[in-house]
Design a protein around this ligand. Sequence first.
Ligand SMILES: Cc1cc2nc3c(=O)[nH]c(=O)nc-3n(C[C@H](O)[C@H](O)[C@H](O)COP(=O)(O)OP(=O)(O)OC[C@H]3O[C@@H](n4cnc5c(N)ncnc54)[C@H](O)[C@@H]3O)c2cc1C
Length: 607
Amino acid sequence: MGQSYAIFGAGPGGLYTAWRLLAGGMLQPGDTLKLYEWGTYDFDGTGDNRQPAGRICSHHYLDEDSATYIEIGGMRFIEWSGEQYEPGTNDQKPAKGHRLVTKTIHEVGLYPDVVDFLTTDDPLYYLRGEHFYEQDLKSNGGSVTAPYNTPGNNEAPPNDLFTHISDLITGTNVLNFRSQQCRFYADGTLPGTFNSFVYNPGDTASNVGYWNVFYDQAGGEGFSYAADGGGYNSNVINWNAANAAVYNGEFAPGGAFKTIAGGYSRLFVELYRKALEAAGTDVSFELHQGTRLHSIWMEGDAIKFRLADRSDPYKPTGDTALEADVAFLAMPPNAVDIVAQATRFDPTPGRTDFLNEAGVANYLGSVIEQPSYKVAMFFETCWWENSKYPPKLEAQIDTPDGKKTTTKSVFGPTITDLPLRQVYYFGDNALPGDQGKPVYGLLASYDDMRNVGFWRGLELSVEERRETAIPRDLQPLEGGRKASEQMERMLLLQLAKLHYGDPNAANEIPAPLSTVFMDWGLNPFGAGYHAWGAHYDIADVMQQVRAPARLAGVEGAKVYLIGSAFSNDQAWVEGAFCTAESVLVDCLGMSPLIDTSVYPLICGGSG
Ligand SMILES: Cc1cc2nc3c(=O)[nH]c(=O)nc-3n(C[C@H](O)[C@H](O)[C@H](O)COP(=O)(O)OP(=O)(O)OC[C@H]3O[C@@H](n4cnc5c(N)ncnc54)[C@H](O)[C@@H]3O)c2cc1C
């Protein structure tokens, strides 16, 4: 009898695991691998279903594969050069970038299609009713002061304030390598220079809330400038200050982001295809879409589970439980919690209900959910280029001969304190050969946290009553949903303020050809991304939560939890790949896909 493997969730983490198990030679003839996915993704290119996978979704105009598209989920990665260290740093700094994502893109043959997804060197801001460009701030040699009463800080971009707060928290600690960062998360302390009425030098940094310490150091106005000007409310919530201090700064304008021509979803279609190809005829590999994990538990050493159909997702199908030798829960904590709910109030004797065991529940609760929202609009013209306050879509990049050149592969963002929060300009990115007339894409709102509620209130038109309870609305599994007239008009109103400084200009913006929204706060995702909570030893959580049944006391249980939520890169596909790879290597004995000597996959190991 062969070994049976089950993966629940065909998002980035689940697809990566399937591909690695099959292409990495782990599965032997006679073994079976079943991949179950609650949604139905367009792996076969028919265009009938939404683009893959999980929290990635490249939405094409009129669902035509080659037409202009906007990423309504994750959109970019940071390329890794393949070197261990940054050149010229005497091996003191590791080379930057998403190592597993870059390596995987090479392995599945998509590297020729990698293109720039750059951020502008000179973002437009519209904050507290004032327009300004970043290069016009005083610290950049201009005359502008941002409209926040935070002397000194308001003369520089908000990113400088983030860096300043990070430096205050981390002090003289050298945190270039992941291993150094992991140690700081585990037992780093506030430095001797830390000057505060609330905290003392030597306090454990990971037991401090980031919002708390930001307010403590920068006051309400400093905090508001960082929150508004940074673009992401999720970066300034009360998360783990040790982790936040290291992480913030990654979103700085000018980062060398890349994506895949035709949409980031292509990577996940390709992972699925390559997994299928690697299975060949010797290993049975089945994808079951529209099927969710309903419940899971251990009976002795056996992993038992039940499934449910998408049409009735909370009722189990069949009378008997199924079994697998190895199981992966490749889903975010909200989805895990929906699974855990099925057995939470049903203490059947003889079972270990590991997801509901107190220690596991505590570690599952170690991350804060960050709802996020995107609204995509398509137009016949790129009207923003000729507006009163146009985005400056240019960036300087290095050429191979060490010089600088200006590129226009730049997508934004524009940042505002209006509920739009961030705007990205996709423009006409149809693939060469697309037959349609030019269509220009605008990611009109990329927002998170409390702004999600603002847009959610506009999802139904003023004529409609709600017919589906919000927890049962599985919109993100369906793909972008058509915006109501009111949502469209609210977007135009705010875009008019942003780009013309005049709400009446809403009538001058051409009518959109199509507008769709994606509400990542809904089930089953519950969040766009996650942040580590304060008062946790992140390194220990990462090590333990990936084997939840073991954490609940069942030694040797081969049930694993993977995904970006419990990783070092919680807002990135890289995080999902790293947790999956850590399980494949540490628990199942596979050889790592990359050299991990200066790049521990997760914290808490020997690295
Ligand atoms: C707005 C936004 C912007 C982002 N930007 C970027 C970016 O630019 N670059 C980047 O790298 N990352 C970005 N991310 C993050 C990235 O999308 C995630 O980190 C990544 O998708 C996580 O993969 P995962 O496999 O952990 O989980 P998910 O992508 O959430 O996949 C989980 C899968 O499990 C399925 N599922 C849930 N419950 C069940 C069940 N009971 N049974 C079966 N299947 C189930 C879900 O349907 C889903 O397909 C962004 C995310 C959002 C929302």
